[in-house]
Design a binder for this molecule. Structure first.
Ligand code: SF4
Length: 277
């Protein structure tokens, strides 16, 4: 059986950078706190917990003076203040693309724009970006929701980094038609789109695709949907021991793809297992 790996796949730049900082901090300090999972991958979180990571639900649970990791999605400015006031050592894993979106939203607000953030209101990245804005700010999930703010004089727009460009453009177009003044920063990161395009290409070359990633990972779920819509057999697993060998019978060319929060070691385990069949 031929096995083809999607390219690019697995860890994006921001997650790779964040996990590298966390691993360095664990080696230096032994114990590091994180509010919420540092990454949407249970196996990688377990590995990091064995190395000294402590995941808590809220900053109130972090003892004074602790070492605290901030995940790639970022946190709002009040969390930085709280941690500084409690003499915590901050290991900032916020992705530079997310930091850019936070700064642009803050600047738009300071310039007097009503800020519209395009994205999922429940996503931690959006809550963090919103926390950097002092003035009026709304999160919109579609151009229909954006239209509600047409009566504002000055509209400033940014996007959640993982949104689809077409949908953001639709919302921007609506605002340009109805508001007097619109200032837009395209804060979408290419990593998600590149991984989605890679699995589309892979689907045209193979008859089955194994997608590796956490069941709690939205970007992995999206890869599964895309592969399924291309008419290939798709199997979603978190790790190699979930691989159903009967599923592989009669497959001549099998592809492997992974979500942006899937570490290389989990991908390698699947590759090794397939090469030994
Ligand atoms: S998807 Fe993009 S913005 Fe998000 S962590 Fe990865 S590189 Fe950064």
């Amino acid at each position: 059986m031929d096995v083809i790996l999607a390219n690019p796949t697995g860890f994006c730049f921001g997650v790779k950078r964040a996990i590298h900082s966390l691993e360095t901090a664990l080696r230096e300090h032994g114990r590091v706190y994180s509010t919420g999972s540092p990454i949407h991958n249970p196996q990688e979180v377990s590995r990091l917990e064995r190395a000294g990571l402590v995941v808590v639900d809220s900053v109130d649970e972090i003892p004074m003076g602790s070492v605290v990791f901030i995940r790639a999605h970022g946190v709002d400015s009040s969390t930085y203040s709280y941690l500084n006031d409690n003499n915590c050592i901050i290991i900032d894993g916020t992705c530079p693309f997310v930091t850019n979106a936070q700064k642009k939203a803050r600047d738009l607000s300071a310039e007097g724009y009503v800020v519209l953030i395009f994205g999922d209101p429940d996503h931690p990245e959006i809550r963090a970006i919103k926390g950097f804005v002092n003035g009026e700010c709304h999160v919109v999930r579609s151009y229909v929701e954006a239209e509600c703010y047409c009566n504002r004089e000055k509209i400033g727009m940014v996007s959640q980094t993982t949104q689809e460009e077409e949908s953001f453009t639709e919302a921007v177009t609506v605002m340009v038609k109805c508001a007097k003044e619109v200032k837009v920063y395209n804060t979408i990161c290419k990593a998600t789109v590149e991984r989605q395009n890679a699995i589309r290409k892979l689907a045209s070359e193979v008859d089955a695709i194994i997608v590796i990633g956490g069941r709690n990972s939205a970007n992995t779920a999206r890869l599964v949907d895309i592969a399924g819509s291309r008419g290939v057999d798709v199997l979603w697993i978190e790790q190699a021991d979930e691989l159903d060998r009967t599923w592989l019978i009669d497959k001549e060319r099998t592809g492997i793809a992974a979500g942006a929060s899937t570490p290389d070691w989990l991908i390698n385990e699947v590759q090794i297992l397939l090469s030994n069949l």
